[in-house]
Design a protein around this ligand. Structure first.
Ligand SMILES: *Cc1c(COP(=O)(O)O)cnc(C)c1O
Ligand code: SF4
Length: 359
């Protein structure tokens, strides 16, 4: 950033509506006039949305909140390690709106709209306001696929963001899923609770009540995202006996220090959110500025081991590029010693021989 040389004007207080265009960003003081031509170029490829609740959290454009949602001219530069479909979802879609990779579960993507557009999103080539909603016929077709695939026991609703549906449409989907005896678990992955908490009102929380085992997974990347309003939205869900999990992406300049990662994990536990996954960034086009190497991610997590409650410890996961699936990539604590027994590394770094464990 050149912000030290060319500081942006002071930010006007409280945006009243979602910022979507380069003009909106300029008026909100989040970008400089010099950035405009490059950003117009980015806007031809990728959507922008910053809801008021999220815009209010931005102190400077390059802070951990701003970096996640303010477009950057670097996004049009891609390199050979990047892929428009980095985890190979497209090839695994038997019908529109369904992605099926693992035997017992399938993704249901009822829409491709999000409350905000993360600049590092692995689905960035697909999501956006133009990506819209599955129409009634397409949704029925996707539900039919689930109805006839009785090996599927869990439906993972994602998108886009399922909580951008109307409560009425959400309820209709819940009722359809409840009519399928083989579906015993429903999971919703969403950024709405932190991005636009008012949207997760009582009516929507009621729509999530189901006889099935329902879980909400909130996508949150920085402790500051868990505002009182966000926590109130999450409480509305928890009050209906729906457990809430957290998922985060390890991101350069957002949560890539021991302090920021610890604060993020602790803020989740304080909001009764169980950290589930810490994702290695997928190599989507134009996202290089967010990359944290896996080895560094492992060292970051290792620095928290023993110091931070086990409830806060997420599984660090990699979605292997090419559609090969997710694997845990946590730091390793076991290695084979010269005598053929296993040795364990303690949280303090000391190494201990496990006399009865062969390598
Ligand atoms: C990530 C993912 C899931 C869910 O995986 P879990 O490890 O159960 O959270 C399911 N289907 C696809 C295609 C996925 O990419
Ligand atoms: S909310 Fe999820 S799907 Fe939407 S832009 Fe962010 S990461 Fe992508």
């Amino acid at each position: 950033m050149t912000s030290a040389v060319n500081p942006p004007p002071p930010r006007p207080a409280t945006a009243s509506r979602t910022l979507r265009s380069v003009t909106d960003l300029l008026a909100a003081g989040l970008v400089t006039p010099a950035q405009v031509p490059a950003l117009e170029d980015v806007a031809r490829h990728y959507a922008t949305a910053i809801p008021p609740a999220f815009a209010d959290l931005i102190e400077t454009p390059d802070d951990p909140i701003g970096r996640q949602v303010i477009p950057d001219g670097a996004e049009i530069h891609t390199d050979t390690t990047e892929d428009p479909d980095p985890i190979g979802d497209d090839a695994l879609s038997p019908v529109p709106g369904i992605v099926h990779r693992y035997a017992d579960r399938a993704l249901l993507k009822p829409l491709l709209v999000c409350p905000l557009y993360c600049r590092f999103c692995f689905r960035r080539e697909h999501v956006g306001p133009g990506g819209s909603v599955l129409d009634d016929a397409a949704l029925e077709h996707a539900l039919d696929w689930l109805r006839t695939h009785t090996g599927i026991h869990e439906v993972v609703m994602t998108g886009g963001d399922p909580l951008m549906l109307s409560a009425r449409r959400m309820r209709a989907i819940m009722q359809a899923l409840e009519g399928m005896d083989h579906i015993h678990t429903i999971r919703i992955h969403s950024r709405v609770p932190v991005a636009d908490p008012g949207r997760l009102d009582d009516e929507m929380a009621d729509a999530l009540e189901t006889t099935r085992s329902m879980w909400l997974v909130v996508h949150v990347n920085h402790a500051r995202e868990l505002t009182p309003q966000a926590r109130a939205a999450i409480r509305r869900v928890q009050a209906r006996a729906i457990p809430v999990l957290g998922q985060s992406v390890l991101l350069r300049g957002v949560n890539d220090t021991p302090q920021a990662l610890e604060a993020l994990l602790r803020a989740q536990v304080a909001a009764r959110i169980r950290p589930y996954y810490l994702h290695q960034l997928d190599p989507a086009p134009g996202t290089a500025r967010f990359h944290v190497p896996i080895r560094e991610g492992q060292r970051l997590l290792a620095s928290l081991r023993g110091r931070v409650t086990g409830i806060a410890w997420p599984t660090y996961v990699l979605d292997i590029p090419g559609g090969h699936g997710k694997v845990p990539i946590a730091p390793g604590y076991l290695h084979e010693g010269p005598d053929g027994t296993l040795h364990a590394t303690a949280p303090d770094g000391t190494i201990h021989r496990l006399a009865r464990e062969r390598g």
